[in-house]
Design a protein around this ligand. Sequence first.
Ligand SMILES: Cc1cc2nc3c(=O)[nH]c(=O)nc-3n(C[C@H](O)[C@H](O)[C@H](O)COP(=O)(O)OP(=O)(O)OC[C@H]3O[C@@H](n4cnc5c(N)ncnc54)[C@H](O)[C@@H]3O)c2cc1C
Length: 392
Amino acid sequence: MTFEPLASDFFSYESLLTDREKEALAALRGWLERDVKPIVNDHWDRGEFPMQIVKPLAELGALSYAWDETKPFKNSAVFRGFVALELARVDASVATFAGVQNGLATGSIAIAGSTEQRAEWIPRLASGEVIGAFGLTEPLSGSDSARGLRTTARREGDEWVLNGAKRWIGNATFSDITIIWAKDEADGQVKGFIVPTSTPGYTATKIERKISLRAVQNADITLEHVVVPESLRLQNANSFRDTAAVLRQTRAEVAWSAVGTSIGAYEAAVAYAKRREQFGKPIGAHQLIQDLLVKCLGNITASLGMVVRVSEMLDRGEQRDEHSALTKAYTTARMRETVAWAREAVGGNGIVLDYDVARFFADAEALYSYEGTREMNTLIVGRAITGEAAFV
Ligand SMILES: Cc1cc2nc3c(=O)[nH]c(=O)nc-3n(C[C@H](O)[C@H](O)[C@H](O)COP(=O)(O)OP(=O)(O)OC[C@H]3O[C@@H](n4cnc5c(N)ncnc54)[C@H](O)[C@@H]3O)c2cc1C
């Protein structure tokens, strides 16, 4: 499929991609427009994830940021970012599904697993044969998960016994494995476990009545005397610092999804502004509507510059926590403005699913809060600027 530059990428950041990457992106874009876009509003409405898209997503490479021997991920972070953008531009739930599968579940194993664990699990996650989830947040511990985890892990011989509860875990209603982060009773350090969801004592219950990201599901998980072998403990996860290493790269990817969500809303608004007529001409010919659209494009263009740069830094091993934190906090704040302006430009129809902006508008709220709220990411950057931690 031929690659057509995206008009919303006003400063042509896509030109940084190689020809092979552009081809892969064009194939993904074509499939998303043809097979996914027409079904997403309906799934959002029903609160159901379109499981039939998992296999094509894998075939198009959107689940395989495939690990190789020399580095955690084979594809460049900039390319992976454009994949996340492309998914979110059509649907933020689809982008979230892939973000959990690739970044959080596969990423935990790629970054904190042993060579054997990588070899065993990553190809199966990349092909979609195994669906993964990432269980860090708990009912009583969200922003303070670095110190506040209550889920425990106790070593008994060659096995570990896990007890506790998790909340908000994406993909967990249908995942085959969930990475569970728990405090080792012996040394108080956070460790990660690959928990097959069929393990006795593991229960996942769908969180109902969400108003954001309705298509992708989140679960409450309970762990009651869940026994896993030592071979399923992530061998290189020895403290929360290793969990944070996973979040450092996924936060940057959420920022890319925020840009994609903004673009999805903006493009829907532009299309509407060209066809909807009021006062005898398309609303897009009125100055105030152009003002809304230009403000959206300004936010998108500034945010794109930021995500591209932070991904380049990740590829060069230069990205620090505060870099991805600033990018996530800034781009999600710009996304929230952008989806609101896009919704405004569509008037009353902007609150009806059929015109797409309503879905982007609602979904933006979850992206704004997950993987570190704006406040938490602000405090991470604040600490870097001043040398003073102001979390408590
Ligand atoms: C749709 C969705 C998907 C998610 N997916 C996953 C997942 O797959 N896996 C997973 O582990 N988690 C997941 N989460 C959890 C998400 O990461 C948490 O919701 C997030 O970290 C915030 O935690 P909380 O909701 O408990 O809010 P809280 O921590 O209770 O925060 C509430 C408010 O208080 C503010 N606040 C807290 N502490 C401070 C402070 N010191 N100073 C100033 N303000 C503060 C916060 O910024 C926020 O505004 C998901 C959440 C959502 C909504």
